[in-house]
Design a protein around this ligand. Structure first.
Ligand code: ATP
Ligand code: MG
Length: 337
């Protein structure tokens, strides 16, 4: 029996290079070896976008296409939409008894996201909803409804997996050993920083290079990246470690990064040249992804069909888990329920 993976994204925007390096690259590699489920987490996206359902709806297809563009094969991986699997919502309710409000308030990811919202949108603490505070519980249900062993995630999600483990342990200790305890798996770059120097590139943070960006957009974005502020004139010496362009060269410029760093330190290369080269390297890396994405953009009915089939498969699996859960919780009242 293959081990099970559950991973996914919130349909809050198109996916970016952080998602690719943090998670999607791994997903494409792991789909042969594992039984992989990819959730498009629309219910979770609504927890902080409930007033903008149009945005969530639109991005369900975008995020699906981003996954397919990165090499997710629908014959090997099951891609599905969270809200189409009501068993997840059911399981969320059962799990909500097994976690305290104080524990959720202490969750580091939730804390960071709340303070980012305050900074970016001026959202006050007292407008924190029950739904948003509880999204780690719903994420635990996403993972465990499929009895996932492994969850490939970026570093920002580690506290979520810790929270999930605690809920699973509590469930199993109360009702019997029914639910698999999941493990996180970190990608090649655990946390890709944003163009603005923020320690996370995020699709809700406006500091990202998207997988669907063309060369012109990538160049414009790279031109705006934060550089070493002590370098004022073209041939001033600078420190690539203090520069976002240096940071991305390290990831995307395998072949020429040594030369780029040396020339930067010795004051032999201006920032504009350095940025142009980076933009060209990122464009080259993303070219096959962009091409594959175009194929699916031109065939929206195919993307819909892939989702419909994924939903069917995912629902079957989640139903099996719920049967066991209800039996363990003694709420299987009649023979066939
Ligand atoms: P949002 O701002 O709406 O939360 P996001 O950019 O954080 O969007 P998610 O859909 O929440 O994206 O995350 C999907 C997956 O990608 C998660 O596993 C997350 O850890 C990973 N991920 C997101 N941003 C990064 C990043 N900058 N570096 C590495 N992994 C990332
Ligand atoms: Mg996120």
């Amino acid at each position: 029996m293959k081990k099970i993976i559950l991973t996914g994204d919130r349909p809050t925007g198109k996916l970016h290079i952080g998602h690719y390096l943090g998670s999607l690259e791994n997903r494409a590699k792991l789909q042969d070896e594992y039984d992989q489920y990819i959730i498009i987490a629309d219910v979770q996206a609504l927890t902080d976008n409930f007033d903008n359902p149009e945005k969530v709806r639109k991005n369900v297809l975008e995020v699906t296409m981003d996954n397919l563009a990165c090499g997710i094969d629908p014959d090997k991986s099951t891609i599905f939409i969270q809200s189409m699997i009501p068993e997840i919502a059911e399981l969320t309710i059962f799990y909500s008894n097994l976690v305290t409000v104080a524990r959720l308030e202490r969750n580091p990811t939730v804390k960071t996201e709340i303070s980012q919202k305050k900074e970016l949108f001026g959202v006050e603490g007292d407008s924190l909803t029950y739904g948003f505070l509880g999204y780690p519980v719903s994420q635990t249900a996403d993972i465990t409804a499929f009895n996932a062993d492994i969850v490939p995630v970026g570093e920002d999600q580690l506290p979520m997996i810790e929270q999930a483990k605690e809920i699973v342990r509590k469930f199993n200790s109360l009702y019997g050993d029914v639910i698999t305890e999941p493990k996180a798996m970190i990608g090649n770059v655990a946390r890709v920083k944003g163009l603005d120097g923020n320690n996370k590139m995020g699709k809700s943070l406006g500091n990202a290079i998207y997988l669907s960006d063309n060369e012109q957009t990538i160049t414009l974005k790279v031109m705006s990246a934060i550089t070493d502020e002590t370098k004022i004139k073209k041939y001033d010496k600078a420190n690539p470690d203090k520069c976002m362009v240096g940071y991305y060269h390290d990831i995307f410029s395998e072949k020429d990064k040594e030369k780029v760093f040396l020339e930067c330190r010795q004051g032999l290369r201006g920032c504009v040249d350095c940025k142009k080269q980076l933009a060209s390297n990122i464009t080259k890396t993303l070219a096959p992804i962009r091409e594959k994405r175009k194929y699916y953009e031109e065939r929206p009915e195919l993307v819909e069909q892939i989702l419909k089939e994924g939903i069917k498969k995912a629902r079957k699996k989640a139903r099996q888990t719920m049967k066991k859960v209800k039996k363990a919780m003694k709420i299987n009242y009649f023979k066939n329920n």
